[in-house]
Design a protein. Sequence first.
Lengths: 169, 169
Amino acid sequence: MDLFEALFTRRSIRKFTSEPVSDADLDKILKAAMLAPSAHNCQTWRFIVVRDAAVKAEIAKRHPYAKMAEQAPVVIVVCGDTTAEKNAGFWVQDCSAAMENLLLAARGLNIGTVWCGLHPIEDRAAIVRELLGIPGHIMPLGLAVLGHTDQPFFEADRYVASKVHYDKW
Amino acid sequence: MDLFEALFTRRSIRKFTSEPVSDADLDKILKAAMLAPSAHNCQTWRFIVVRDAAVKAEIAKRHPYAKMAEQAPVVIVVCGDTTAEKNAGFWVQDCSAAMENLLLAARGLNIGTVWCGLHPIEDRAAIVRELLGIPGHIMPLGLAVLGHTDQPFFEADRYVASKVHYDKW
């Protein structure tokens, strides 16, 4: 797929077919995620691939905006390892860039995705911390809920000229 | 350009030719940035396109890792508008995803980029806040320094199997 087709047609998909996501596709998606830039190249991202139906159902029940996780074949929890940072706090940016690569790579494989936020809402991060046994130094950033879909992808345009300033604010 | 070529060969470029970045390329890059996902679709990103040589030189002088900004044709300051948020703090993730789209779109146009961090290091964010007159509710996330380059792009592999967990940490 063309880069700009992926950039311009990626959108949040919340309905998935029952077709499984192959290990090959998942590996390619995670490879792309790990090629994001990171502060001081610390690559603080970590991933938990959840296919367990009971865990997905529990995430869907507890997270206010992740109902679709129950019927999605895969949920990937993107986390940051705070002990891998050189400068405290940059893990959020590292992991957000990795998440965006992950979503785009999935789009390139015709796999739909939606990013459901966790951090910095502590009780939302606590849902997956408890369910998945995530230790204290690992911070859950967000969920990528993904699967094949029969929903359409189409080009959006959110360009707003007033959001661009030139040479000064 | 193929999506996966862009994802797999984007890397930090710190040497630029004197060729200007066209307005058409810049618009396409910013359009891609504004198509990133954002929490509750708040699209909190804002951009300052800096071409002023004196400002770029001053950024290069004051930021410890942005010496290349002086000879780069363009520096884009990616900022978040905290008054546009529904849930406080998500602007960092919105703007990091927009930054990653920006870097990938530039790669697709054979324009080199490097992301220089500002937030959450307050005195670094203060450099551009002061130089560009950025108001208090607008948070500078980071700099995208960009330009055409004669440096090579090549495929990297940073996949680390131990960073992927399955069904539990």
